[in-house]
Design a protein. Sequence first.
Length: 365
Amino acid sequence: MSAQPLRSPTLRPHRMKKEESFLGKLGGTLARKKKAKEVSDLQEEGKNAINAPMNPSTVDIHPEDTLLEENEERTMIDPNSKEDPKFKELIKVLIDWINDVLVEERIIVKQLEEDLYDGQVLQKLLEKLANRKLNVAEVTQSEIGQKQKLQTVLEAVHDLLRPHGWTIKWNVDSIHGKNLISILHLLVALAMHFRAPIRLPEHVSVQVVVVRKREGLLQTTHVSEELTTTTEMMMGRFERDAFDTLFDHAPDKLSVVKKSLITFVNKHLNKLNLEVTELETQFADGVYLVLLMGLLEDYFVPLHNFYLTPESFDQKVHNVSFAFELMQDGGLKKPKARPEDVVNLDLKSTLRVLYNLFTKYKNVE
């Protein structure tokens, strides 16, 4: 007699009894309502997707970004913009700058939103840059205490920036809310105001998703936010002068100014059998500036103090910075231009430096 093969037990679907309990009926009713709401939500989502005009990208909106009051709005950076190389470079340059400024404080910033929102690092940064002490509590754990500190720090920042025409694009709530756009606007303004020895990438813009609540519904729009323009335009807030007027309103006279400056510098550089034909490029490595200062002040500049044949950007910046020091030693004010701008072939910056020399030394033989 052969043995019957063993069969695996089969899972049979549970059959509903004809007489459902009250709770069963209630549960079924709730389930149907939930399903109907899901269908309604899905239809609403589909309608929004159709009505959204050429939505450039799909953005993941976090749950906390949807908890808005009526007419409240929240902004976030489009994920695609966060991957833009120039945007990443801007963040890296600013983080490196902050860490360089605060190296003696043993503060290391790794992420702008997480490290700057409570006001502690911003306080130290402003105190170091402005060489002043702020009257705030050193450590604040509570949200109220952090916002009070932020308020004091930002008021000090505004007192510095407003007289120079900066548009304030941040506030206590946006900084404390870790809004990266606001934090970047603030840091760019500080870097420009204090003439940070850094080169910010130019023309950095990001796509920003704006979420608003209107009549109980969330609405999203995309706007472009400009974080940097050109160094010249940003620095121009602080140094509108005759050269700005010359470039903006009398460019035809620019060649006359350049010719006069070339004649002036060659009058002295010819003594070393050197000649300049292009102001834009031939002063960019700082060598001619250093030699020119020695000739104007009638001294020999030791060759170990600068790079006679600079190869890297840093070596060129060193040369121009050294030339600026020699100018100040000769009684000139600190140049408005930054060494980095001269090295980067910024003509207006180079002209400003040479014109200052021309004004003081034009009668030197």
